[in-house]
Design a protein around this ligand. Sequence first.
Ligand code: ADP
Ligand code: MG
Length: 224
Amino acid sequence: MIRASGLRKSYPGFDLRVADLRVPEGSFITMLGPSGAGKSTLLRLLAGMEAAQDGVLERRGRAVYLDQDNIVLERNVIDNAVFGLRLMGVASAEARRRLRPWLARVGLAERLRQPAAKLSGGERARLALVRALATEPDVLLLDEPTQSLDPKNVAMVEALLREAHTRGRSVVLVTHNLHQARRLGEETWLLLDGRIVEQAPTETFFASPRSREAKAYLAGEMVY
Ligand code: ADP
Ligand code: MG
C-alpha cells in the first residue's frame, strides 16, 4: 500500500505535483501520459528511489521499481536474474534454484551463461522482469515493461503480471499501449505536465472520460 499527499518534485523546466494519491493493497493501476509528463519520476518517487521536495509518502510493504531502460549488469543471465534475491541476502544456490522456473517461463532457460548485455531488448526486458518478480515484492512499479516486446512476449508478460496481481501484489504499470492499460487496469491515471488530470476506474476512464484532456488523449489528438 502506498499513500501520498502534497507531493512535489521539480527539475529545471519541469514540475510534478500530486495532491493526493493512493495505491491500495492488491490494486492494479495503469498510468498513461505523453512522454515527458513525469510518469517515470512519479514511479521513482513511489518506489522511494528519489526524494520529493515536498509532501508525505507512506509505503507499507516492499516496492520494486522496474526501469524503462531494462538495465542489466555486465554479468551473465543467471547472475543478473538472481541479483535481486542476492541483495536480499538469499544464498547463491537457493537464489539460482528459485530463478530457474521464472527463467523457463520467459524463455531464457537455455541462455543462463550468456552475457546479459548481448541479449536483445525484448530479452533484457523479460530478464529484468523476472529478476524483480522472483523477489516477491508487495508492490510492482513497472515502467513500460512491454515497450520492446513482440505480441507473443507481450502476452507472456501480461500473464505474469496478472498472476502476480492475483497472488495479492499491487501493480502500477506505465504504458503507452491503451489496449493494455484497459485490459489490465482496475484503475487508470492520466498524467499530463506533471499533474494527474484524470483518475478513474479503468472502464469508466475509457468509456466515459470526464476531462477535456483525457478525451483528447484517448482520441489521439494529443501530440507527443
Ligand atoms: P515520462 O516518464 O513521463 O516520459 P519523466 O518522468 O522521465 O517523464 O520526465 C519528466 C520531466 O522531468 C522531463 O522533462 C525530464 O527531462 C525531466 N527529468 C526527469 N528526470 C530528471 C533528472 N534526473 N534530472 C533532470 N530532469 C529530469
Ligand atoms: Mg518514462
